[in-house]
Write a protein that binds this ligand. Sequence first.
Ligand code: ACO
Length: 327
Amino acid sequence: MVYSKIIGTGAYVPARIVKNDELSKIVETNDEWITSRTGIKERRISSGEKTYQMAAKAAKEAIENAGIEKEEIDMIVVATITPDFFMPSTANLVQAELGLKDIPSFDIVAGCTGFVYGLQIADQFIKSKQSKTILVIGVEVLSKVTNWFDRNTCVLFGDGAGAVILKSSNQEGIICTYTGSQGDLQELLTLPAVPLKNPFLHIPNNNGRPSNISMNGKEIFQFATRIMIKSISQVLNKSNLSISDIDYIIPHQANIRIIDYVARKLKIEREKSIINLDRFGNTSSASIPLALNEAHKEKTFCPGDRIIMVAFGGGLTWGAALLNWTI
Ligand code: ACO
């Protein structure tokens, strides 16, 4: 039986730190409100780093950490909602940056669940023996699509990139994955693309919607708690395990209150949740691989630990991956 397992991780975040107090100079907010409502204290903001550049830096670190030659990589999957171009994809740009040729590389869009979707796709390519070594990246420069005049959203987001190398193995790494989506809830969390505009259209005041994230925070909060519990339960059921068999949860880093609520409901001990949103905010597709990389580098995990990654995001989308740690 062929399985896939993570053999290396990497990350990159911009050096520029923006603390809550600095945001209170831009919008009417304060450190106390942001900290108590979200758990976020600071975030990293791009000083010019592009999405593909951050992705490539995270990738290089993951390749080094995995101890492989970059030429072993036979597919690149990038999850992002903030690419530099619609075309070429971020994955194509990363491929060029790494100096790799011929292999398939593509982006996927699944909001903040993007990394879990990417991992699921890569896992399937390996299990079907079409690939052996896949670079999976989650990367965002959310600062370029944040409405910096909207205090409801601008305090939440940050920029960053995280990457893993997934390799085929006879040892079971990824045990199972689960994803879902509900497009009719799209309006709760949106990031519009280019508005329709051409010389044959005569629509008065057709300026399109601004390319900023907008969100119904309360609805998303409720959705997030419900769907994260469902996603965790799905991967546990699929693998005949119970929550007490799980050593660590790596949740999408959106809000500490969402993470705490889910942990309370499922009776997960606090120390089992990997949390870094206090320092990076919500980095969408990058949040799980960033947290994973940090915990790995801090030697939090031991071989044999069972880990669940769980996310929700715009789409609306959701998903979870259950894996054995093997490094
Ligand atoms: N500073 C100060 N006051 C604020 C701020 C702010 N930054 N933002 C909102 N407020 C005000 C509101 O205007 C409101 O004032 P009012 O009562 O006078 O109208 C008050 O604070 C309470 O606002 P609520 O929206 O009720 O605050 P809530 O406790 O729901 O927290 C939050 C808001 C943090 C956005 C929460 O709803 C949340 O976390 N939702 C989920 C968001 C999320 O997970 N997003 C992730 C998906 S997006 C992605 O991952 C890409």
